[in-house]
Design a protein around this ligand. Sequence first.
Ligand SMILES: [Zn+2]
Length: 345
Amino acid sequence: MTTNIDVEGPWKGFPAAQIKTAFAKHMKASEYPEEFEGVAMGIKPHPERNVTIIKDEIEVSAKKRDGHNAPCNICLTRNKWRQEGILVADSEGWLFLVGSDCAKKHFGDAVFNKEHRRYRADEEEKTGGEFLLKRIDHIPDLVAYAQILQRMASETSNPHSSLHKARKAVSVFRKAVDKDDGWLSVEGERSVILPDGRETTEGTFEKVARIRGRSVLKGKNVAPDKASEAVEILERFGSTEDERLDVIAKAEEQRKLAELATAYRHAVKALHEVREIVQDFRVFFGPENFKGLEAWAEHRKCPLDIIVTSSGNERTLEVDGMRRRCVINVKPLMEELPDKPACMD
Ligand SMILES: [Zn+2]
């Protein structure tokens, strides 16, 4: 039987999604996409017919095909591609396997690129919708968690701005964290005996305290904004299941499922980051860190003229030249961090 693409093909009138499903089923059972029903093997598509992409990024394994790649319907090369193959349907229901370069030459760059963009956008909408429906039940837990984190993130603002008034101290701490693994040191010297028996001294560094809590030392504290952003995104989904389904349905109508899925991912990522930052604040202003800071500040060789105190929930810092010492109440920071919802793992 020879194929004649001037008559109606077997897929005439079928929606692309249905052809795609049938093709996926075929590819599960076969290494030969060219044997799928309706593929007009060895025949070039009519360049003037409208084509619809059914599936892109098709892959074959030459190993499983007696060492041969898959054929291209346009240049009619039999051993052509093994990945990035594209299955297209023409308006008469015939299918063709093509490579994207051949397709652009054959159908015209603009025409084929436009169709490929249409296909990609549809795919992203589809995967975005699936992604969201799978996670729709996670949203209430996430919202509750995000709201608590937002409150805690807002409690980092005052400690951050107070601490950063002690600019000289912050730059020494930052250097310790960035370059010395957190170690605050003082300079010392020790005597050494030279080979000839003479005695001399050499400079040393004595590690006094190790500090942690890197994000506290950054000039900008992004936690409050990131937390608000996450809350804002998650609250877009409404507060009941019906509302959430409505939001997704509406996004589908407006072709904004991909966008909404991206926003959701962004919110979850932001929550991870906010938690890390809040945790850094708890560690930095925690009693252990401050005990170390006090010891370093009180060391007679401390390179900074600095006074550090820590008592109960109050931390204070004063560096020579400051108009006022900073006093930081850390009680709100030390509240228990909420458990991460299971869906964030
Ligand atoms: Zn080709």
